[in-house]
Design a protein around this ligand. Sequence first.
Ligand code: ADP
Length: 454
Amino acid sequence: VKIFFLSSEVAPFSKSGGLGDVSSSLPRALAQLGHQVTVVSPLYKTVPRASLTVKFRTQDFAFLSQQENSNLEFVFAQNDTLFARSHMYGASDDARRFFSFTQASLELAQHLQPDVIHCNDWQTAFAPYLVKTRIPTLHKTRLIFTIHNLAYQGNFSKFETENLGLAWADFTYDKFEFHNQLSFMKAGIQFADAVTTVSPSYAREILTPENGMGFHDVLSHRKNILHGILNGVDVNEWNPSTDMLLPAQFSSRDLSGKNGCRNALLKRFSLNDSLSSVFGIVGRMVEQKGVDLIQSVVPHFLEHGCKAVVLGTGEKQFENQWLKLQAQFPTQLSVTIGFDNALAHLIEAGSDFFLMPSRFEPCGLNQMYSMLYGAVPIVHEVGGLKDTVIDAVNENATGFTFSTPSADSFRKALVRAVDSFSQAVNYRRIQKNGMTRDFSWSKSAEKYVSLYKK
Ligand code: ADP
């Protein structure tokens, strides 16, 4: 299958979260299965330019390419006025930036004539509409739209309709109008041939009024083309036995390197190295991730000797609260505000537990990384967390789960976890189960291929 993969971020060139990881690892897995993949993303400031060659030009963009292997090519759309900025998202002209990027990319697609165009999240969600209403030469190409997070919808003032050169006649309920706004998400859902999201549980949850973020009706109408396909892990990047970002490597058969990583982590942040549990926390500091739950529950455990290492950026209130807690518990808690991939790896490797009490979680990658790295996850049973973590009451347990996103349920799960840590045998069993699970892309990439073929 010839696949044209459109995404606003692609790791390691650009990444704000899971979308960047998936836009790199899924195309790699598809290419490995023998399919032809062209991945197209904007050329941000972070992308090294030296090895890129010009492939194609439109009026406003130059498309620069880097051939990875015979099946896989990364293409970067260059328009420095729109994209060479210090932030990927959050500008007042985001609608124009990502619409223009999508529009120009489709000119490249006409040149390449792919079998499928796979677009991702609101930023590229106008591709199906544009192809179907304006580009007859792509009438044979099928359009897949993947929702990585329904919370980010790309809703803008209805007056963008004109600014973007769209027809007012299509500003209707069945097209891209959403509560009197112009919605990129809506356009993607309404015009794609198939809509996917990143875990089976999330695919069910978003059909309900509680979790559909206003889209449950729209999605319910498209239920017959909606699929939940679990994300995989790039096991070349996230494998503790080969990970050169770590001070020591390890595997489920030999955990001595894990102990080395744990010591290195505690030493780096001058945390006391008693035998009590080390909690790792990595992620965007936003309400979705349950940061407030962690901040209300963790101090109690710090008082009882546990330690926590936090890495993330996000809303100021959460960042400030972490810094305040760090001042209260200087030898128990370390907080790093920032984005640091190497430190994210070290935290997964050096922690005994990984805390992820997300209120909702389309898939989540960190809990899978943590299982592979022997940091037993403690998660809310929702979305992809529910699909990947098996609670300690089961024989094949890989973590600790709780069913309501309240401080009390989270605290109880943490108590169970810390208790198991003191009975080493039980903890080791859960840890090893997680480390030996297969979270690679192999099964999920095949599912995308069947969908493309269908
Ligand atoms: P989301 O996509 O909602 O942010 P995921 O768990 O799916 O959450 O993916 C987050 C990805 O971003 C993981 O690869 C994680 O390690 C990485 N990440 C998030 N915050 C940071 C940070 N501050 N520093 C380094 N990596 C981070």
